[in-house]
Ligand binder design. Structure first.
Ligand code: GAR
Length: 208
């Protein structure tokens, strides 16, 4: 059976849509969103993917929120969680149970321009303020901290002299839309191994 993926998103949801439309050897089972007006919800409706609005503040207690999310993940037989612009911290219990099975996409070349507070246009503004000539996108495994987990895939994107945070964000997003499905595809094919925080990608023919 195909790997079943739950996508968590808080914003426009363009990565969520790319994950649905470019799925090979995995299936997006549902979307979890923590904001009732997020664009991702509209996309889920158009794509016919079930969506759940779940946020710690709705439950008033992080443990109850973690219970609800875990119930859903178990009931739907989820093998992988994809954080696609999800701006709420994932409770430690979920990270513990889904160790090595939660991926996040970040719009820069980690470990640079990552960490708490580095999300969306803030990342691109910081890249431009640092006069970087290259930025990019990173797909990494999630650990208990912000943006520090083992890196699975990265791709560089040029920064142009007249870039604004918006123009850079758009160029990086186009790369993200290929990179995230590619990363999940590698996992679905069983080609990814993590050992001592080190990621190995086996070639299709490798016997491992
Ligand atoms: C993406 O650029 C993603 O990398 C970024 O939010 C954007 C969401 O766009 N995530 C972070 O900054 C996480 N630190 P989308 O809603 O259109 O997919």
């Amino acid at each position: 059976m195909d790997l079943r993926v739950a996508v968590f998103a808080s914003g426009g949801g363009s990565n969520f849509q790319a994950l649905v439309e470019r799925a090979r050897q995995y299936r997006v089972a549902f979307l979890v969103c923590n904001r009732p007006r997020a664009g991702a919800l509209e996309r889920a409706k158009n794509l016919n993917i079930p969506a759940y609005i779940l946020a710690p503040r709705i439950f008033g207690d992080e443990n109850l929120y973690a219970d609800a999310v875990l119930d859903l993940l178990h009931k739907e037989n989820i093998g992988l969680i994809a954080l696609a612009g999800y701006l709420s911290k994932i409770p430690a219990r979920i990270i513990g149970e889904f160790q090595g099975r939660i991926l996040n996409i970040h719009p820069a070349l980690l470990p640079r321009f990552g960490g708490k507070g580095f999300y969306g246009s803030r990342v691109h503004r910081a890249v431009l303020e640092a006069n970087e000539t290259v930025s990019g996108a990173t797909v990494h495994f999630v650990d208990e901290d912000y943006d520090t987990g083992p890196i699975l895939l990265q791709k560089k994107v040029p920064v142009l002299a007249d870039d604004t945070p918006d123009s850079l964000a758009a160029r990086v997003l186009r790369v993200e839309h290929d990179l995230f499905p590619e990363a999940i595809h590698l996992i679905a094919q069983g080609r990814v191994q993590i050992q001592d925080r080190h990621v190995t990608i086996h070639s299709p023919a490798d016997d491992h």
